[in-house]
Ligand binder design. Structure first.
Ligand SMILES: N[C@@H](CCC(=O)N[C@@H](CS)C(=O)NCC(=O)O)C(=O)O
Length: 229
């Protein structure tokens, strides 16, 4: 089975790429050219009417929403998320939805305050979103505790999703990154360092020009093709 990942470097498609690598699935990539606003082109909108990256084309049709893609892939390949019979499934679902419908949208509001409210309110929104994110990360740090991974003894979509969000927090907020230090969240810091050593992440970093220490000490992407913003 082969998939097509519509991606832009260092966009949410990165999370899907890491899981695809972890699964060992066959996939090809189609660049969405952010410099040309390719995510808003007619052809892309026919795949995702929201005009957001990523999309994964599958034999069951095109899927959008990062969390949905991750869950579908993990279920289909029985890798990267507890299966329906697992006693870990309930907790894993809870945290996946927390990441996708709370943490990720909060980060989007920090990145693009002008998409949500008048520009003159941007600084209020940004400082509020920073506080929300710090609170979310404190909860996640406590939940992880001294475990290696969120789900038992194997890396899952939760680790991949969260670490990518953490990467972006350290790079892309237009109002700066002084508000955030991964040192404040020692369990998440440890997770970032463990995950970034995996082959799936190293290969994704190579494909998208993400450098070393992708999560724990990130640098801006220098991709071989396309651009992150
Ligand atoms: N809820 C969406 C959010 C995806 C998202 O925010 N994608 C960003 C890239 S990381 C994007 O497409 N930004 C371009 C835009 O907002 O026009 C998901 O989980 O897939």
């Amino acid at each position: 089975m082969s998939y097509t990942l519509y991606f832009a470097p260092d966009n949410a498609s990165l999370i899907v790429r890491i899981l695809l690598n972890e699964i060992g699935a066959e996939y090809s990539c189609v660049l969405v050219d952010r410099k040309q606003n390719g995510q808003k082109s007619q052809s892309y909108l026919s795949l995702n009417p929201n005009g957001l990256i990523p999309v994964l084309e599958t034999p069951d049709g095109a899927i959008f929403e990062t969390g949905a893609i991750l869950l579908w892939l993990a279920d289909r390949h029985k890798t990267g998320f507890p299966d329906v019979a697992s006693p870990l499934r309930a907790s894993a679902l809870k945290w996946l939805f927390f990441l996708s419908n709370t943490v990720h949208p909060t980060l989007r509001m920090l990145f693009y305050p002008d998409k949500y409210a008048p520009l003159e309110t941007a600084s209020v929104i940004q400082s509020s979103m920073q506080n929300h994110l710090l609170a979310h990360l404190a909860i996640l740090n406590q939940e992880l505790s001294d475990r290696d991974w969120f789900c038992a003894d194997a890396p899952s979509a939760l680790d991949m999703y969260l670490c990518t969000l953490i990467r972006w927090m350290q790079l892309y907020p237009i109002a700066g990154t002084d508000w955030f230090s991964l040192d404040q969240f020692p369990n998440l810091h440890r997770l970032a360092k463990t995950l970034e050593r995996r082959r799936s992440v190293l290969d994704a970093a190579q494909s998208e020009g993400l450098g070393a220490c992708v999560f724990s000490n990130p640098t801006y992407a220098t991709p071989p093709i396309g651009s992150a913003t």
